[in-house]
Design a protein around this ligand. Sequence first.
Ligand code: CA
Length: 489
Amino acid sequence: MMFNSRGRIRFFTWLLMVGALGLADFTGACAAESRHDDTVRAKPNIIFILADDLGYGDLGCYGQKVIATPQLDRMAAEGLKFTQMYAGSTVCAPSRAVLMTGQHLGHVWVRGNGRGEKQALRVEDVTVAERLKSAGYATGLIGKWGLGDEGEVEWIGRPTNQGFDYFFGYLNQHHAHNYYPAFLWEGGRKVQLNNVVPGDGPFGQGWATKRVEYSHDLFAAKALDWVRDHRKKPFFLYLALTIPHANNEGARGTGNGAEVPDYGIYKDKDWPDPDKGQAAMITRMDSDIGKLLDLLRDLNIDKNTLVIFTSDNGPHDEARHNLERFDPAGPLRGIKRDLYEGGIREPFIAWWPGTVKPGVSDHIGYFGDFMATACDLAGIKTPQNTDSISLVPTLLGKGQQKQHDYLYWEFYERGSRQAVRAGQWKAVRQPMVHGKLELYNLDDDLGEQHDIAADHPDVAARMAKLMDEAHEDHPLWKVPEPKAKNKRK
Ligand SMILES: [Ca+2]
């Protein structure tokens, strides 16, 4: 276990905080129980379903015209469809770190896809699973983690060290590219599968030549079993699906990164295979989510269960499929790795029959809000060092919904960039800190086509100030030096 002096101070601060929270929980729980009326059980079950690289325009209920998603469309019709919800980041690991900790990108430890300590949650990071576990919830993660792995430092970040009683899936993100892996993890144990992956990489990434067990199907089945087994006590299931992420290694090796057992309703389409695969993955996922919702109804726990569906970042083009055919970002500009809306704004559906009224919400929120929402529902305090606002007033349709002053993202790849959303305003600065700030008015220009920074210098200056305020320096994620400075070195 590696601790620098700062880490040690943070660890002891964390210990003190946990102690204080233990006392706070008691009063928090009483307050929450009296606040919620008796139509809402004090501790509802929570299922958070996360798709991987699914865009704002990938579902029928968000305007998709080509790919069929009848189950999610039904979920949206029965639930609350958010139109202005954002992912934690524009790539996998940091987005998941924001979701787990309730801290935005300027504060969270994991700020990008990286290796070792840079991409592993630490002892002092408090996850939503840890909080819900402390409130008596059974906690399960099925699917892709990406915040702790094999290795001296990384193991601390593993899900079973971060509040999850149960884990089945991928620890490593590169491993998760491979839909037919040679192994998966169950808790701390490697489970060998019958797929054959010749020349697989150090993390198990690669592509199989003998395809027997499709990891998504295993996750879908395991999720049903886990819910059946835990139906009698409050549970939190984080179902982190890998669809429709590409198998990047497979794309490089075979020309087709959209791995799926069959093309289903798309098999006779006059499309290249990656296009059939991309559509078939999304429809397969949709069907499995339908089965999970059906199970909740069959077990008669649907009225005690909040189910959220969303995706970790915008759509990709990494499977070698045709983006124009599917228009996966809909009306938004950009894809995965952009901080324009297409990279970060996501479908977000909340379903809870009898409690969440069907409708559409234009509330502006992001992944970090899940922490406060879950704590609120469980009747416990949200950790203090979070950037998290409970969505419960919006979900229940009662009480005053607090608003964020602004939302913030930073991203270190491709020359780096920052973004802020405040009301109708959206600013993007590329490279981060030192670059030129672009300003868009999303009320008039959802597609971010017209940079109006020069017309509104006061707003642009305020947005720059918000970026400066939100960004906290990180010992491992360094702000890139401006180019001119590099040249002088
Ligand atoms: Ca992703």
